[in-house]
Design a protein around this ligand. Structure first.
Ligand code: AMP
Ligand code: ZN
Ligand code: FE
Ligand code: FE
Length: 279
């Protein structure tokens, strides 16, 4: 199969597979490289590296960093980041605490909507991972209030939904600065998924240009949840701004239908990103 699947999650955030399983399955698929990009954490790095040691698979260690703009989540992938860079590590710590408080508030919203989900169960499902909406959605499904996590998102938890609570996160421009400060390469994740609201575009070209000013290196135009129109629009935007066009599956194990290796970045583009890092 070849190529690099640059965007995957594990049990270190809201995926259901371990880093070892992602590595094993990537090898079985014949991938050349695998991005490990859990939300707001660098905790899986050591395990992912150890798992890939005896294989030909190149692991790209990163994170999918939560930012927000105008009350909307914006995700920025950071590859090859130094986990010891204090300003980034501190913001990731703060975000994990924020996620804990937010989970409590989301659970209260569900209870007010007569969905008897418990915080204890959500914490149990998340384990050591930063708590994400998929953990809460799973706990809601267990109460019988919805048939699937998809339904929980559609009815309650999608951005702006009745049980949705924002996380207080940094602006996307600051997110790029922190990732670049940590010697990483910043790529805007799935820009087509930020959704239109109040008649506005999901993510405006102006914001992307400001992120470029802070050192953004690429745009993930190729994502399984993008329409053909999204792919074309963001590929053109990336080319116009001189950015790399990346692809990743956003694999989450059983928490999402996205299949590992269903979107891959060529080695040539990965090299382009590496050059960016040295520049
Ligand atoms: P959080 O980081 O807690 O805001 O949750 C973000 C995660 O929730 C994303 O990585 C997706 O896996 C999932 N997610 C967000 N919006 C939706 C949606 N509308 N439908 C299904 N999953 C979603
Ligand atoms: Zn996720
Ligand atoms: Fe994301
Ligand atoms: Fe993701």
């Amino acid at each position: 199969m070849g190529g690099f699947d640059l965007h995957t999650h594990t049990t270190f955030s809201d995926g259901t597979t371990t880093p070892e399983e992602n590595v094993r399955d990537a090898v079985a698929l014949g991938l050349e490289g695998l991005g490990i990009t859990d939300h707001d954490t660098t905790a899986p790095f050591a395990r992912a590296l150890a798992a890939a040691e005896a294989t030909d698979l190149e692991v790209v260690l990163g994170t999918e960093f939560s930012a927000e703009h105008d009350g909307r989540s914006v995700h920025v992938l950071g590859f090859w980041i130094d986990p010891g860079y204090a300003p980034l590590a501190e913001e990731l710590d703060r975000l994990r605490h924020e996620r804990r408080f937010r989970a409590e508030r989301i659970v209260q919203r569900f209870q007010a909507l007569d969905v008897p989900v418990s915080l204890e169960r959500v914490l149990e499902l998340a384990g050591e991972a930063p708590i994400g909406r998929p953990h809460i959605a799973q706990a809601v499904v267990e109460t019988g209030a919805a048939g699937s996590t998809r339904e929980v998102f559609d009815r309650y938890l999608a951005d702006g939904g009745p049980a949705y609570v924002e996380k207080h996160a940094v602006d996307p421009v600051r997110a790029v600065e922190l990732l670049v400060g940590a010697c990483g390469v910043a790529v805007l994740a799935h820009p087509g998924l930020y959704g239109a609201r109040d008649g506005q575009e999901g993510i405006g070209d102006g914001l992307v240009e400001a992120m470029v000013g802070a050192g953004l290196a690429g745009i993930e135009a190729d994502h399984p949840d993008h329409t053909d129109a999204h792919r074309a629009r963001y590929r053109d935007l990336a080319r116009g701004l001189g950015l790399a066009v990346t692809a990743g599956s956003d694999f989450h194990g059983d928490a999402k239908t996205n299949r590992l290796g269903s979107a891959t970045t060529s080695r040539a583009v990965v090299e382009e990103l590496r050059v960016w890092r040295r520049a």
